[in-house]
Design a protein around this ligand. Structure first.
Ligand code: 8YV
Length: 328
């Protein structure tokens, strides 16, 4: 007799090709409206599913995991960051968690570089002026920004994305500095001519640009605290394409307002989708709606990873992108 197909519940609309493939392989419940599920809908999903495919917009906390049915054995996250999932609670319940690393590295690094360029060179301010019809013509002293070439970039978190940012930044003439839990391999340090700063405080005080590229964990929550933000130089620019929670957003808004730093480029927010209103009022801040990995190619590749992680799990093999899971 044919094996019963597992029920896979997908919490958001995924690319068409991915949904089609998932439907070929499994019994699938889609979210065609693409409205983020509320707590009640998520509870219903974990009660009935064999596999849950959530995204960053779903909070998979201990309460939700406690409500899960016996059948739920895999959470195949559509995304790399798993800070919205209570991993300890999942582990306790014997639930495997997978993610989608690597395939969004280059896209996220592109977006980081775009922000590193956009803030000091005032790209968005210039664009706004063009659209307002207020441009009266060129002037030697108008709309001046700051040079990128020859400056120092401090990368917080020298993992895959941090390194991809460093490679791009070198092409723009930036010198690479980084703070990480551990020094990266000597070969990578040499390739990037990167300087390791064991002390984040020290690094911050010496940088022109700072890019946040570390995951959000209990150890990195508000890593850029009010105290640390004050260590930055007044001409410094911060870029964050990782997670909003790594920066104390309120403190950042205050430091920006007070001229303690020159600007910020933010793709992520501490209380997304809410944005601190103080940030909205500032011209020297570029705000993006978490677009770092938003390419057709990347979102397709993320979906492929979800398919492969589920299929290997169902076939009793180790899913390639296992974050936790003791079954194997
Ligand atoms: C995704 C991200 O868009 O993968 C991640 O961790 O931050 C993204 O760029 C999002 O997480 C999808 O769930």
């Amino acid at each position: 007799m044919a094996k019963k197909k597992p029920l896979v519940v997908i919490t958001r609309k995924l690319p068409d090709a991915i949904e089609t493939r998932l439907m070929e392989l499994f019994d699938v419940r889609l979210n065609v409206d693409d409205e983020a599920m509320d707590e009640g809908e998520l509870t219903e999903a974990v009660k009935t599913a064999d596999v849950l495919v959530p995204t960053i917009t779903d909070t998979i906390d201990a309460k939700l995991i406690a409500a899960a049915g016996k059948k739920l054995k895999l959470i195949a996250n559509y995304g790399t960051g798993v800070d919205h999932i209570d991993l300890a609670a999942a582990r306790d319940r014997g639930i495997t968690v997978t993610n989608t690393p690597d395939v969004l590295t280059e896209d996220t690094a592109d977006m980081t570089m775009a922000l590193i360029l956009a803030v000091p060179r005032r790209l968005v301010e210039g664009e706004r002026i063009m659209r307002s019809g207020d441009w009266s013509g060129w002037s030697p002293t108008w709309m001046l920004g700051h040079r990128i070439f020859g400056k120092r970039l401090g990368i917080i978190g020298m993992g895959r994305i941090g390194q991809a940012v460093a490679r791009r930044a070198r092409g723009f003439g930036l010198s690479i500095h980084y703070h990480n839990r551990n020094k990266v391999h000597e070969e990578i340090e040499n390739e990037l001519e990167a300087t390791y700063w064991e002390s984040l405080d020290q690094m911050l005080a010496h940088m022109d640009f700072v890019s946040v590229n570390c995951p959000h964990t209990p150890a990195t929550y508000h890593l850029l605290s009010a105290r640390r933000l004050k260590l930055l130089q007044p001409h410094a620019v911060i870029v964050n394409t990782a997670r909003g929670e790594v920066i104390d957003e309120n403190a950042l808004a205050q430091v920006l307002q007070a001229g303690g730093i020159a600007g910020a480029g933010l793709d992520v927010f501490e209380h997304a989708p809410a944005v601190n209103p103080k940030l909205l009022a500032l011209d020297n801040v570029v705000l993006l709606p978490h677009m770092g990995s938003a390419t057709f190619e990347g979102r397709g590749d993320m979906g492929e990873k979800v398919v492969i992680n589920i299929q290997t799990f169902v076939d009793d093999h180790t899913p390639p992108d296992r974050v936790i899971g003791d079954k194997f």
